[in-house]
Write a protein that binds this ligand. Structure first.
Ligand code: PEP
Ligand code: MG
Length: 586
């Protein structure tokens, strides 16, 4: 991700173009506000040997103070704070308590006479390197937590309270401010909430980093993984952040600024126009009613689903309640989270997927040893080997079913015996609740993700045995084409339009139609408005997507004619030919 000097036709400009990963869509134009990074500014000096004990005490006191501050933050978390922030703060609290950090740093103070800041950063670096070298992506990401915890202690040691490195430099700016940081900890994200920041830019992080997750729940454009943005940008620099492409322009020329202002205005106007569709019917020109539901990862995103006019939640990825924390969520915690979604959806159906852990999503502390985790002990395969963990989740879901229409969705099913094992586990969970006298309801639907080709090919018994199906195209494409969806080297071969993938989708939809069982698509394809007509042509009547995409898809639906589309798509499918999306919109 090296910066590239852009050629421009204008008078010399110092514009830089940086490429990162856009993780929250939208454009922001504003002045850079650099976040302080004590770790980058720390003084290194040697102390007198006789001061070693006092220096160790200074470090321990700073660690204790940072820990207390974190605890206060945890105890006073605002009710509307993103749900994942609490567990992330707990992880930081645990890291601060770890003697590997403080006591090993004290050893460096006593043996090498480093000052406390130097000893702490040096010990931190050792731990960061150990974590960064780990195979497991999730554990690798923990190195970010260590850096953030150290940053917190260094701030205490230096007496800094402001999050910005030079707040005066941007205090008088009339332009919106764009936060530029090496990384932003969940605790700092909390402090930044409610401020007038228009975007977040960070050197570190990826789409599943905490900055990305929290920025998404705050709906603020964000670009992460920029490499060196913090060192290349100065306070007050003019910035353009493009949350779609991940491009960041530093000190753009007037011409480029003008272009982006126009793009931003067009995007906002489009959003406003689309907003008028919120209460419009989701119906095609030939009167076919199409269900539009939302995918969410955190309970508070249910609010976004309602605001977008979703007919329900088509996919709640429950694994996000389990990730980024040192412990497992209890039955009560899960129940409260699921019930809050059901309540927020005010009677609309809520599809909660049971834990889909494995492949690129792992639990804290679990090291994957499988040579190919995407084909390994993932999702339902994992849950069936952990009866207590699975039963805890099922009990929480059965209790949630008391409050509204709950659809339990099982990921990665390939065998009928797995469906039977799930039914048995649900029976056992019911019995547990009865024995404890805890109220629950059997009034729920049970469905499965269609994401393994074997299931799609031999779909009939599954349609009979289940109440509904949801096609997970992200994985269905990965497993059909033998493309690891997390491997950038083969990403060009990841082809949603491959005729084999479309035949599997069509086969599943047709089987559902014949059996009178609902079938939806909840993979990324469902939210891509360019594919809406094709999916309608395949006979799809229920789409589930990120709430931000819902109105774009609704707009396409309202301009489509399903009869025409079904004929065109069927012709291509029979010939196993590629479908030309442009032809469908003609
Ligand atoms: C899918 O596979 O299409 C899906 C929706 O699930 P996930 O992306 O969480 O694997
Ligand atoms: Mg999947």
């Amino acid at each position: 991700m090296t910066p590239v000097e852009l050629a421009t036709t204008e008078a010399p400009s110092s514009m830089l173009c940086l490429q990162g990963q856009g993780v929250v869509r939208g454009y922001a134009i504003g002045r850079a506000a650099i976040m302080s990074a004590a770790a980058l500014e720390v003084a290194h000096y040697r102390i007198h040997p006789r001061d070693a004990d006092a220096e160790c005490d200074r470090l321990r006191q700073a660690v204790a103070r940072a820990g207390n501050d974190l605890q206060t933050l945890i105890d006073t978390l605002p009710a509307d704070a993103p749900r994942e922030v609490g567990p992330l703060l707990e992880v930081h609290r645990l890291l601060l308590d770890d003697p590997l950090l403080t006591e090993q740093a004290c050893e460096q103070i006593r043996e090498r006479y480093y000052n406390a800041e130097w000893a702490l950063t040096s010990q931190g670096q050792i731990l960061v390197e150990q974590f960064s070298a780990m195979e497991d992506e999730y554990l690798r990401e923990r190195s970010a937590d260590i850096r953030q915890v150290i940053e917190r202690v260094l701030r205490v040691l230096s007496g800094t309270t402001s999050l910005l490195s030079n707040p005066e430099a941007v205090a008088d700016s009339d332009d919106p401010l764009i936060v530029v940081a090496r990384d932003i900890s969940p605790a700092d994200m909390l402090r930044l909430r409610g401020s007038r920041f228009a975007a977040f830019l960070t050197d570190l992080g990826g789409p599943t980093s905490h900055t990305a997750i929290v920025a998404r729940s705050m709906n603020v454009p964000a670009v992460v993984g920029l490499g060196h943005v913090r060192s290349l940008v100065r306070d007050g620099d003019m910035l353009i952040a493009d949350g779609f492409s991940g491009v960041v322009l530093v000190n753009p020329s007037q011409q480029v600024l003008g272009e982006y202002r126009a793009r931003q205005a067009a995007y906002l106007a489009e959003r406003r126009d689309l907003a008028s569709l919120r209460d419009a019917k989701s119906e095609t020109l030939d009167g076919v009613s199409i269900k539009l539901e939302a995918n969410i990862e955190l309970p508070e995103e249910a609010r976004m689903a309602v605001e977008a006019g979703a007919d329900g939640i088509g996919l709640f990825r429950s694994e996000f309640l389990f990730m980024g924390r040192a412990d497992l969520p209890s039955e009560e915690e899960q129940y409260l989270a699921y019930a809050s979604v059901v309540k927020a959806m005010e009677g609309r159906p809520v599809t909660i997927r049971t834990l889909d852990i494995g492949a690129d999503k792992t639990l804290d502390g679990e090291v994957t040893v499988a040579t190919n985790p995407a084909l390994g002990l993932r999702a339902i395969r994992y849950c069936l080997t952990k009866p207590e963990l699975f039963s805890t989740q099922l009990r929480a879901l059965l209790r949630t079913a008391l409050h509204g229409h709950v659809r339990i969705l099982i990921p990665m099913i390939a065998h009928m015996h797995e469906v039977r094992a799930v039914r048995q586990a649900i029976e056992d969970a019911c019995r547990d609740l009865e024995a404890r006298g805890v109220p629950y309801s059997r009034d729920f639907s049970l469905g499965a993700m269609v994401e393994i080709p074997a299931m799609a090919i031999a779909i009939e018994p599954f349609v009979q045995a289940l109440d509904f199906l949801s096609i997970g195209t992200n994985d269905l494409i990965q497993y059909t084409l033998a493309i690891d969806r997390a491997d950038a080297d083969v990403s060009l071969l990841y082809d949603p339009m491959h005729p084999a993938v479309l035949r599997l989708i069509a086969h599943t939809i047709n089987a559902g139609e014949r059996a009178g069982k609902p079938v939806s698509v909840c993979g990324e394809m469902a939210g891509d408005a360019r594919m809406t007509r094709m999916l309608l042509g395949l006979g799809l009547k229920a789409f589930s997507m990120h709430p931000q995409q819902l109105l774009d898809v609704k707009k396409e639906i309202r301009q489509s004619h399903t009869n025409d589309l079904r004929m065109k798509v069927a012709g291509a499918l029979n010939r196993a030919a590629r479908i030309d999306l442009d032809e469908l919109s003609a």
